[in-house]
Design a protein around this ligand. Structure first.
Ligand code: ATP
Ligand code: MG
Length: 267
């Protein structure tokens, strides 16, 4: 499924959070959005997920305006991982994962409980959470919960995947394993994927395209090697970086914050 975002503008009360954002994501494409805290990454994901309403502009899924889709169709097509999901929902991992199948149940076309369990089993194996299915959400470690949230998104079998900091709590091995799985699934199932990340290394490894947000504005977009340049990262993040070439990819290593004349920092 193709996503077209056209001149999207989002305000919270009298403050703009996203200004005239336009871009496209093709099916099977993995796009990473980067940018400092408060630059509008989560707002962008939530607007595409229909959680936040834009003041202007539109999102199109395969040419259809998103705001005209029914809640059931949205539930079938779009998976958004809310990183702030409350752990206190009194449910087991298995029941939590099965809720992602609800939008697929209807009088005309439905999957059977057996098919739903097969999907859960398959995804759980890939994300190594099979041993956690009987646990309650509040009994999981942060990294385990993060894999469960990702699993729920894949159990939904979406066409649009919106990931907000999917790797924040994952250890080094899981970061790579989980993103390998995401990328493989995105390609195989022709999903359009948008992921907000802070880890520029992961962006340079996995992104087909990188979008840079600063103060609610897209200031650069394109292939990782073209966008993740020293000058741009220093300007946006206000840190000195060194670019290393590892296995043919350029990786930005943050060195130290740039001292601002008007701002003494923490020294
Ligand atoms: N519900 C809200 N009401 C008012 N302001 C909000 C709301 N949500 C976000 N904002 C503000 O909008 C701006 C963008 O926030 P957003 O969460 O999109 O940033 P972000 O790029 O995801 O940041 P982070 O890297 O910290 O997650 C911030 O200034 C934030 O304070
Ligand atoms: Mg955010």
């Amino acid at each position: 499924m193709k996503i077209v975002v056209e001149k999207l503008e989002v305000w919270y009360d009298s403050t703009p959070a996203l200004r005239s954002a336009s871009f496209e994501i093709s099916e099977g494409e993995m796009v990473f959005v980067i940018g400092p805290n408060g630059s509008g990454k989560s707002t962008l994901l939530k607007t595409i997920a229909s959680i936040v309403r834009p003041k202007a502009g539109a999102v199109y899924l395969d040419g259809k305006v998103l705001s005209r889709l029914s809640p059931r169709d949205l539930g079938k097509l779009i998976a958004y991982i809310d990183p702030h999901l409350s752990r206190s929902i009194p449910t087991t991992v298995l029941d939590f994962l099965l809720t992602a199948r609800y939008p697929h149940q209807s009088a005309l076309s439905f999957s059977t409980p057996r098919q739903d369990l097969d999907i859960v089993e398959d995804v759980s194996k890939w994300l190594n959470i099979s041993h956690l299915l009987d646990r309650r959400l509040d009994q999981l470690s942060s990294g385990e919960l993060q894999r469960v949230l990702l699993a729920r998104a894949f159990v939904q079998r979406p066409k649009v995947l919106l990931l907000d900091e999917p790797s924040a709590f994952l250890d080094l091995k899981y970061r790579l394993e989980v993103l390998d799985y995401v990328k493989k699934s995105v390609k195989a199932s022709k999903i359009a994927c948008l992921a907000a990340v802070h880890d520029l290394y992961l962006a340079s490894l996995y992104a087909d395209k990188v979008i840079v947000l600063n103060n609610g504005e897209i200031i650069a977009a394109g292939r990782g090697e073209d966008v993740l340049r020293e000058d741009l990262i220093e300007r946006v993040y206000r840190v000195k970086v060194s670019l290393l070439s590892i296995n043919g990819r350029r990786v930005a290593i943050p060195l130290e914050p740039i001292k601002e004349a008007h701002y003494g920092g923490l020294t």
